[in-house]
Write a protein that binds this ligand. Structure first.
Ligand code: G6P
Ligand code: ZN
Length: 542
């Protein structure tokens, strides 16, 4: 039954920060998906009879790819595939299913927060048995294999019905269509005090969750709407659409502007939140106040013990390097370790597995814990709700008290999108060339005290990662970080991360652009952003 199909390599199948991401039309080239999936299966070691988890964020091309992967999984010796009904599994739910059923690994079909549709993005990534993104050793092996691949294996079988929860067999392999929400919702009920949150909502607390026409719709409808009693009216854009309704499913202040505006209005709800295409990112807004992801990590860590799942305290906190140092101060106060990792959730996996960290977060709107091995948008929303239900204070009051205790890390990220790749590389190369001469110099009145290119040695497995971002440190603790995005699909995106620490005794109520104005000007000057890119202002500020 197994059919061997000849193929030739594609040069560009190197997974980025989070799997392989390209335009849909690029993925639709004959054998493009097949090559990458076969290269993945070939890199996994013995998996005969093993269980694979499969699902995606419902974007355009999701269903077609699921059918291709099912046939290939059967031909490659998997014994069973668990696939989300309708081809749907949010990234954190997929991580949970892998762990809960002891699967060998999983394939998640998503380009996360990138737009969907025939002319937009698609993506595929492999997660390992701990439920987390494949570490670099595996993604490198997949890439190496993709460069020499000469055949893929498939079986001849009809498409399976993805919409009915049932078991089918193709090519001797069992396909089990599972409810994508049930196991995840049960996990959330174990971690959080649903009674307390229900009582909060019943007392008149109003929340608004924007699923951005992406994968969290069914999860939010069941958990927030039904189990917690917020009702369907609390869920905006709750039906997943293949093109996300033509929107960009990225929960930031640009793409979730309607939600932001609603939370700033006089009759605003108490709490607003959103999640991205595949459900792993989160946006948190209180009435009249946006909480930056870096602050959210710090505030969640400081209050996590209020939720049953974390009542025993945290083992440690981990954050990506460009994420602000707000969480560091919480870790210090709690007397627990703080780990600084390169950008990419995969770097948290070893720390979580080794029990070194409990909560992790990134400036890119990702927060999560050791309950799965992915960041988790709804988890962050539920932890916030649990904290609000216990403290019975507004989000703004919680933030104000937090800053009054720990000080405030004013923070912003400036993105220059669609920059010519060569120009972006030249900018980074020029910065690298100046690292030794920068310390001691003064730019725009700010004295530089350190400059380096972040390198990381994983404290658990000793693996190293070089060139993870240029860090410029200033007298007084301010910081600029320059990095090129690893998740784009066209051109380069330059990210400039700006941070200024204001101690608890300082001015904690400034507008962020004002607080960062000096640093913003210095950042443009140090890197010669206009000269290299022709841009005088960022495209997106988050
Ligand atoms: C994905 C990863 C994150 C990472 C983010 C930003 O969402 O899962 O871990 O922080 O991409 O990556 P980028 O390379 O675009 O800054
Ligand atoms: Zn995502």
């Amino acid at each position: 039954m197994i059919r061997t199909v000849e193929t030739t390599p594609f040069a560009d199948q190197k997974p980025g920060t989070s799997g392989l991401r390209k335009k849909v039309r690029h993925f639709q080239q004959p054998n493009y998906i097949q090559n990458f999936v076969q290269a993945t299966f070939d890199s996994l070691g013995a998996h005969d009879g093993a269980t694979l988890v499969l699902g995606g964020d419902g974007r355009y091309y999701n269903r077609e790819v699921i059918q291709i992967v099912l046939r290939m999984a059967a031909a490659n010796g998997f014994g069973r595939v668990l696939v989300g009904q309708g081809g749907i599994l949010s990234t954190p739910a997929a991580s949970n299913v892998i762990r809960q059923y002891g699967a060998f690994g999983g394939l998640i079909l998503s380009a996360s927060h990138n737009p969907g549709g025939p002319d937009e993005d698609f993506g595929i990534k492999y997660n390992i048995g701990n439920g987390g993104p494949a570490p670099e050793a595996i993604t490198e092996a997949i890439y190496a294999r993709s460069q020499v691949i000469d055949r893929y294996l498939t079986v001849d079988a009809d498409d399976i019905d993805l919409d009915t929860v049932e078991e089918t067999v193709i090519g001797g392999m069992t396909v089990q269509v599972i409810d994508p929400v049930a196991d995840y919702a049960a996990l959330m009920e174990r971690l959080f005090d649903f009674d307390a949150i229900r009582a909060l909502i019943a007392s008149g607390f109003r929340l608004s969750f924007d699923a951005m026409s992406a994968v969290t719709g069914p999860y939010a409808t069941e958990i927030l709407g039904r189990r917690l009693g917020a009702g369907e009216g609390a869920i905006l854009n709750g039906v997943p659409l293949p093109d996300f309704g033509g929107h960009h499913p990225d929960p930031n202040l640009v793409h979730a502007k309607a939600l932001y505006d609603a939370l700033m209005a006089p009759d605003a709800p108490d709490f607003g939140a959103a999640s991205d295409g595949d459900g792993d990112r989160n946006l948190i807004i209180g009435r009249g106040i946006f909480i930056t992801p870096s602050d959210s990590l710090a505030m969640l860590a400081a209050n996590a013990h209020l939720a049953p799942g974390y009542a025993g305290g945290l083992k440690g906190i981990a954050r990506s390097m460009p994420t602000s140092g707000a969480a560091d101060r919480v870790a210090e106060a709690l007397g627990i370790a703080l780990y600084e990792t390169p950008t990419g959730w995969k770097f948290f996996g070893t720390l979580l597995d080794a029990g070194l960290a409990t909560i992790c977060g990134e400036e890119s709107a990702g927060t999560g814990s050791d309950h799965v091995r992915e960041k988790d948008g709804l988890w962050a929303v539920l932890l916030w709700l649990n904290i609000l239900a216990v403290r019975r204070q507004s989000v703004a009051d919680i933030a104000t008290e937090h800053w009054a205790k720990y000080g405030r890390n004013y923070y912003a990220r400036h993105d220059y999108e669609g920059v010519d790749s060569a120009a972006a590389d030249a900018l980074m190369a020029a910065l690298r060339g100046k690292l030794t001469e920068l310390p001691g110099s003064t730019v725009n009145g700010l004295k530089i005290v350190s400059a380096d290119d972040f390198a990381y040695i994983d404290p658990v497995d000793g693996s190293t990662s070089q060139k993870q971002g240029i860090r410029i440190g200033f007298d007084g603790g301010s910081r600029i970080v320059y990095r090129l995005s690893g998740t784009g699909t066209s051109g380069a995106t330059l990210r400039v991360y700006l941070e200024r620490y204001e101690p608890a005794t300082g001015d904690l109520t400034q507008d962020t652009p004002v607080a960062l104005a000096d640093l913003i000007a210095a950042a443009a000057q140090i890197a010669g952003i206009a000269a290299h890119t022709g841009r005088n202002a960022p495209d997106v500020v988050t």
